[in-house]
Design a protein around this ligand. Structure first.
Ligand code: PLP
Length: 412
């Protein structure tokens, strides 16, 4: 075995890249920036350059970077107790579960480590519900085109983009796809073999596409008619991101199960599956589990986040600054005709362009603004929930410059 000198902090990006390219499985096509620290909505690279972060680690750094309350709580927890496993009780899991139950209207919580695990758990619990009910032909899932639910085998099975699925097939075979804006097709697709319908209230990876009220009504109709369960994947759009605690609440939909992750740990990996009492009653000891899930460190982070969301006024703040952001983006679209549509709510926005978005992402990086491309043509923004009105205005000014740069190529 060769021994490698660890890359020193402050090493040039080329050294960081060389070490990664030698040893790290190459699953990520990285943008060549090395971040070394953060503060609030800003990240700093290894040369000290400051970036305005409108992506927050893909919707994760909900409280901003290096949040003092989170840092203090994590330091305290690390010095007290980090992990005991799920063999024993500790004080924090029940507190997290109670808070999530009160927020969601779903009384039982399974805590895991990521969004894909939360979805995986929901898929399993939905099947378990029908298995316990004796309706064992109900194993199928109805999912929407452009939906994204994760990368493990179950969550991948209900993820729409074939490019992600094809190399790993066969996946779950009983998945029926429905166009994301065809209520009749949704109702028709739900049958006596459907275990659950899985939806995002706002599709994230699919290009920031809010579910229409008509689709939400169709889901409710299908469920009333057929009894199929509804799984809300709130990993990206949930926990205050769109200005309400959960995206489904904007649609008047009450799911039987919900998957959450991302914002919950504010940077510490934690996810959860939230379930209704009937679903919970079908789940027995040993049906599901995780070694790390709900450890003290993760729960402590979740409690700091949930405190901020529910008693720190964060949800109202997202609604207020998000409204301003939305108005500003619509004004931007009026000035730059390449923007076909502005979609989103709260602090979850997409600018759908008439062309591939790559040049705009690059131009933004040039101006030290972090946004990312999704669904090819969409410039996506998921800023930290703590972004201020002044920072929103700063972001809008920089974005205006970005659209001007690309109209008059920034590298000429
Ligand atoms: N579900 C949705 C809606 C997501 O946006 C994501 C990730 O982007 C996932 C599930 C998977 O979450 P994770 O990457 O934490 O496994």
């Amino acid at each position: 075995m060769t021994s490698q000198t660890p890359v020193e902090s402050g090493a040039p990006p080329s050294a960081v890249k060389a070490l990664e390219s030698q040893h790290l499985l190459q699953t990520y096509r990285r943008i060549p920036v090395v971040f070394t620290r953060g503060k609030g909505v800003y990240l700093y690279d290894d040369s000290g350059r400051r970036y305005l972060d409108l992506i927050s680690g893909i919707g994760v750094a909900s409280l901003g970077h290096a949040n003092p309350a989170l840092a203090a709580a994590l330091a305290d927890q690390a010095q007290t107790l980090i992990h005991t496993s799920n063999l024993y009780y500790h004080e924090l899991q029940g507190q997290v579960a109670a808070r999530l139950a009160a927020l969601s209207g779903l009384p039982r919580v399974f805590i895991c480590n990521s969004g894909t695990e939360a979805v995986e758990a929901c898929l399993k619990f939905a099947r378990r519900f029908w298995y316990t009910s004796g309706d064992r032909q109900r194993t199928g899932f109805v999912a929407l085109e452009h939906g994204f639910h994760g990368r493990t085998m179950g969550s991948l099975s209900v993820t729409w983009d074939e490019h992600y699925r094809a190399p790993f097939e066969p996946l779950l075979t009983d998945v029926t796809w429905v166009p994301a804006s065809d209520p009749d097709a949704l109702v028709a697709a739900v049958s006596s073999t459907t275990a659950a319908i899985i939806v995002e209230a706002v599709q994230g990876e699919g290009g920031i596409r809010p579910l229409s009220p008509e689709m939400a009504a169709a889901i409710e109709r299908a469920r009333q008619r057929n009894g199929a369960l509804v799984i809300a994947d709130e990993v990206q759009c949930g926990l205050g991101r769109t200005g309400t605690a959960f995206g489904y609440q904007r649609l008047g939909l009450q799911p039987d199960l919900a998957a959450i992750g991302k914002a919950l740990g504010a940077g510490v990996p934690v996810g959860a599956a939230l379930v209704s009492q009937p679903v919970a009653s079908a789940v027995s000891f040993g049906d599901h589990g995780t070694t790390y899930g709900g450890n003290l460190l993760a729960c402590r982070a979740a409690l700091v986040f949930l405190d901020a969301l529910t008693s720190g006024g964060l949800q109202e703040h997202v609604g207020e600054v998000g409204g301003r952001f939305g108005e500003g983006l619509r004004a931007l679209a009026a000035r730059h005709s390449v923007i076909r549509e502005v979609r989103g709510a709260g602090l979850m926005w997409g600018l759908d362009l008439a062309v591939d978005a790559t040049a705009y992402i690059d131009a933004a990086l040039n101006r030290a603004l972090l946004v990312n491309r999704t669904a090819n043509t969409v410039v996506r923004m998921l800023p930290p929930f703590v972004i201020t009105r002044a920072e929103v205005d700063e972001a809008l000014t920089v974005l205006d410059g970005v659209f001007t740069d690309v109209a008059r190529p920034f590298d000429s």
